[in-house]
Design a protein around this ligand. Structure first.
Ligand code: PXP
Length: 239
């Protein structure tokens, strides 16, 4: 069975919307682990729009499964990772103006700088995963620069608006996963996966782990709503 790494960024998004001290992403990580998650993922963005440095430091102390740090391949982030030492780093492209990560790292363009970051991190004892699109060229480059693993971008498939586009996007995921596996890269997959799209991955045994965030946090908000309202009503009743 493939593993599940739960991304808790959007618990921090809710907190940062008010710039207060709750909800606590670290608490969400503990609950996710208690529910059986195989890892906790956070993306420390350059603009610190959701996860803060202190979140990563506390998570490093309390996560019992594995802590996966998503980050841009900048010298600032490499320095932070080497200091905090997450169990895995996933290198992602990052643009300040984007709402979320929009695609894989382009290794054709950024091969040398990414290779340098991979080298520094892996020499520092942190295995590196590269978030890439399904293009075979990108996968071969990830292999060439000696990354320990890749995370295949599933967003194009998950966001597809027609069945033709969906099927086409999924077949590129299958090819990418199989190629990465053949090259002996550990293969993860993520972005945009929800309770419906996950079903498409049945039988694709080469995937080691799914990285899922937004849909899980969104569902937690709804499945927890009834209890949250009842608890507030009980307090009001006692007034
Ligand atoms: N994988 C990577 C590399 C990501 O950047 C993200 C989003 O932070 C995810 C997985 C999780 O995506 P989602 O929140 O859509 O499940």
């Amino acid at each position: 069975m493939a593993g599940l790494a739960v991304n808790v960024d959007h618990v921090a998004t809710l907190r940062e919307a008010r710039k207060i001290h709750y909800p606590e992403p670290v608490a969400a990580a503990v609950f996710a682990e208690l529910a059986g998650a195989d890892g906790i993922v956070v993306h420390l963005r350059e603009d610190r729009r959701h996860i803060q440095d202190r979140d990563v430091r506390i998570l490093r102390k309390i996560v019992q499964t594995k802590l996966i740090l998503e980050m841009a391949s900048t010298s600032e982030m490499v320095g932070i990772a080497l200091d905090i030492k997450p169990d895995i780093v996933t290198l992602v492209p990052e643009k300040r103006e984007e709402v979320t990560t929009e695609g894989g790292l382009d290794l054709v363009v950024h091969k040398n700088s990414v290779a340098e970051a991979v080298d520094s991190l892996q020499n520092g004892g942190i295995p590196v995963s590269i978030f890439i699109d399904t293009d075979p060229e990108q996968i071969k480059l990830a292999h060439q620069i000696d990354a320990a693993m890749v995370e295949i971008h599933t967003g194009t498939f998950c966001d597809a608006t027609t069945s033709i586009k969906r099927e086409k996007a999924f077949s590129t995921i299958v090819d990418a996963v199989k190629l990465a596996h053949k090259l002996k890269l550990k293969v993860n997959a993520g972005h945009g996966i929800c309770y419906k799209t996950i079903k498409a991955f049945k039988g694709l045994k080469e995937i080691d782990e799914f990285s899922i965030g937004h849909s899980i946090v969104s569902r937690a908000v709804l499945v927890g709503m009834e209890r949250a309202v009842k608890e507030m009503l009980a307090l009001i009743k006692e007034l």
